[in-house]
Design a protein around this ligand. Sequence first.
Ligand code: OXD
Ligand code: MN
Length: 590
Amino acid sequence: MATAAHALTPLPQLSRAVADWVNSVRELTQPRAIHWCEGTDAEARELTAQLLRGGELKALNPEYFPGCHLYRSAPSDVARVEHLTYICTRSQEDAGPNNHWMDPQQAHAKMRELFRGCMRGRTLYVIPYCMGPIDSPLARCGVEITDSAYVVLNMLIMTRAGRAALERIAHDGDFVRGLHSVGELDPERRFIMHFPEEIAIESFGSGYGGNALLGKKCHALRIASWQARTEGWLAEHMLIVGLQNPRGETHYLACAFPSACGKTNLAMLIPPDSLPGWRAFTVGDDIAWLHPGDDGRLWAINPEAGYFGVVPGTNPQTNRNAYEMIRRDTLFTNVALTADNQPWWEGLTTGKPVLDWQGRPYDPARGPAAHPNSRFTVSARRNPGYSPHAEDARGVPISALVFGGRRREVAPLVYEARDWQHGVLVGASLASETTAAAVGQVGVTRRDPMAMQPFCGYNFGDYWQHWLNVGAKLVRPPRIYHVNWFRRDAHGKFLWPGYGENLRVLAWMLDRCAGKAGASESAVGWLPRPADLDTRGLHVGAEALAALLTVDAALWRKEVAELREYLGRFGSHLPQALLAELESTEQRLA
Ligand code: OXD
Ligand code: MN
């Protein structure tokens, strides 16, 4: 039964530790007012009204997009900033060559100067939040302090935020401290600092997504990966999807892909009409916390409660459920507008943009109408395919882990690792073309082990050893796969249709797990032969399918030589077992 509002303990009295921290931040940042977030709908409505009055939010066409709003970020603040993101550990070796590192004392001193007085004339918001179902022993809590009401609105959608989270913090004792200020949005005064040894985050100068919604990348990946290592679990950049086969059995897969490579689409997969009887259920679209269970299987929860998805490309053909989901109660960031105030983005086949993402009259000569990294923020409950088990306290059991990159060549459509140890090498070997999700050049192939290059809070060498250790605890480990939906032919055309058709590949994996599907052995792992895939109704020529399922030994020898060079950078931290796997692969390719 709901308790009357007047009977509730005031939020600042719930946790002494949180109140003391808020006080010390108040002294440093000098805000005009403090707002503790209750997490109620009324509060979200009030904050929305306030941003609408101030012109920071724009209401979208209420007939076609009820409850939807547009936010435009500063043009220099539209993506994650990996070059300004630091892991601050006492020893640089603990952060590893995969991270930018700063000494914690130096970083704190630098950030103190940036934060000093930065909230004068602003409101300081306190957002207690829980990552994961509020009653799950696998969930972890944090508190974000921010001076951005836009960040609050996002956090209210993306996490379980408010009173219940603070009650849990008061009970559990510990919480991740995340301090954020948009500052002056000056790219020259922007830093995203992580202190895993203190479970703390300090982010200044950006109001955008992964830089500012601290529960997401900063907490649920960078800090959580560190916590997971100490506690014996894994925090991964993975979607979680349940697939129900025509016999009514559901199996769950957790899939790691770099940013903007289709995780949301795969998590919300719509089975093609030619594969009747299949259904897909989304548990999560970006992050998975994986725990070895008492039964020797790997269990997963999604720490998030919403989706912060890439908008361009979303349409009824590519992702009907996402298209429907974002037509109501959705916060859009950096999309274009039509004449009748509907959001517009590249990939929509209807409507016409009149204002671009910066609010200027649309001129194709200036580039796309919507920013390529424009986003929607929406509650997971709006997803018509939201899994009935997404909120289960113990999570869902994982049958297969899938790594995938965006590669024009080299990586075949799919292959299966020989065992867990080999699978760790397969994950570590992930490489992908860069996307607009982070500032920097787009389309360059870079190493992105386990899709965690921007997100692992410690030395990758130690991280791979931790993966091996977790595998050793699993009596029934998931099988491990690698996929590439992005292979192209000599003319640059995609060989594989992707989207719902990916189900054919996932179905093969699940049949392999059940010991029912065939495969042929290659130097890099097990591949389906064309006949092993269900190709009923699939419009892919025999030649294209053969190309998709080919391992080109010459290209792979080059690939593996590059991988050896890359892994060598981790020196004594590189697990011997991984090196041995690499050597076996080299021998098979020789
Ligand atoms: C994201 C990302 O926003 O990976 O999920 O950049
Ligand atoms: Mn992501």
